[in-house]
Design a protein. Structure first.
Length: 287
């Protein structure tokens, strides 16, 4: 892991010493809307203003509500966009296989953004990478959180874990499924309860990503990405994610990796103030 010579590390340390909880921020005025795409609609939300923009891309289990705690913080300084991918949250389900990066392209046009920093969580990071490969001119910077990018093999342990989680979900044991030790740290009971509540309110989230397809296999092309990239990984996240983050740091020419202590895969749920400050400092950092 490379050490930062920028304010990012100092800010992160300060937030962790303060506990990394939700920062005090006045709610920003936001606008909700829907966008028609081929075969359905996407629900999205925008807020804030300014020359720098951020697009938040959720993971493959939760929808954009997962960013609720960091949303008002980031909206104070940037123009921010978040949306539900097809089948997640308030967006209509996919009727056939599709490329999420194409939906992102349509959304960028709809909200009038020519470029932005893309913050992708888990499978959302794969979409950010796909978009960066297809539209390098539109990517200011990348933040890949617990990254999951196409082209990497998975371990037998990951497959066994996935089958175990799928079995619990099939039996309706969401509480048991979210006790997975890599999603959140052991003491994150409140955050774990929020995840269960979101999934019960949005059952379509589970399995919604089955029809998603990357534009191309990303791994062999990672060296093409010239955007400055920050890779964030929760301390207790699963080994597959940790190893992929290390590989991305090596394969992407302008990438640096940071382990966020006392957090799991959904680190922005457990450490929202820390997460928001790290992102803010990275976006505003001078080249």
């Amino acid at each position: 892991m490379r050490l930062f010579s920028t304010p990012v590390a100092a800010i992160a340390l300060g937030c962790l010493l303060l506990g990394g909880g939700v920062a005090t921020a006045q709610p920003a005025t936001s606008t909700r809307a829907t966008l028609a795409v081929d075969g359905g609609t996407l629900a999205y939300e925008t807020c804030g203003a300014g020359p720098k923009a951020i697009v938040l891309l959720h993971d493959g289990i939760l929808h954009s509500a997962a960013f609720d705690d960091v949303w008002p913080i980031l909206c104070q300084r940037f123009r921010v966009v978040r949306y539900d991918r097809r089948g997640y949250g308030a967006s209509s389900p996919a009727l056939a296989a599709y490329a999420p990066a194409k939906d992102l392209e349509a959304l960028m046009k709809a909200v009038g953004l020519e470029h932005a920093t893309f913050v992708g969580s888990s499978s959302g990071s794969g979409i950010a990478v796909d978009y960066a490969l297809a539209h390098p001119e539109a990517v200011d910077r990348l933040v890949l959180v617990g990254p999951w990018v196409s082209g990497f093999d998975v371990s037998l342990g990951f497959i066994a874990r996935s089958l175990n989680l799928a079995a619990k979900v099939k039996m309706g044991d969401l509480e048991g499924a979210v006790k997975d030790p890599y999603i959140l740290t052991k003491t994150a009971d409140a955050e774990r309860a929020r995840v269960v509540a979101w999934l019960k309110a949005n059952p379509g989230n589970l399995g919604a990503g089955a029809r998603e397809r990357p534009l191309a296999v990303a791994k062999p092309r990672l060296g093409e990405i010239q955007a400055s990239t920050l890779i964030l990984v929760g301390e207790v996240d699963i080994k597959d994610v940790q190893e992929q983050a290390k590989a991305l740091e090596t394969l992407m020419p302008h990438a640096r990796r940071m382990i966020v202590p006392a957090s799991g895969h959904f680190l922005y749920l457990e450490r929202p103030a820390t997460f928001a400050e790290i992102v803010r400092a990275f976006v505003e950092e001078q080249p």
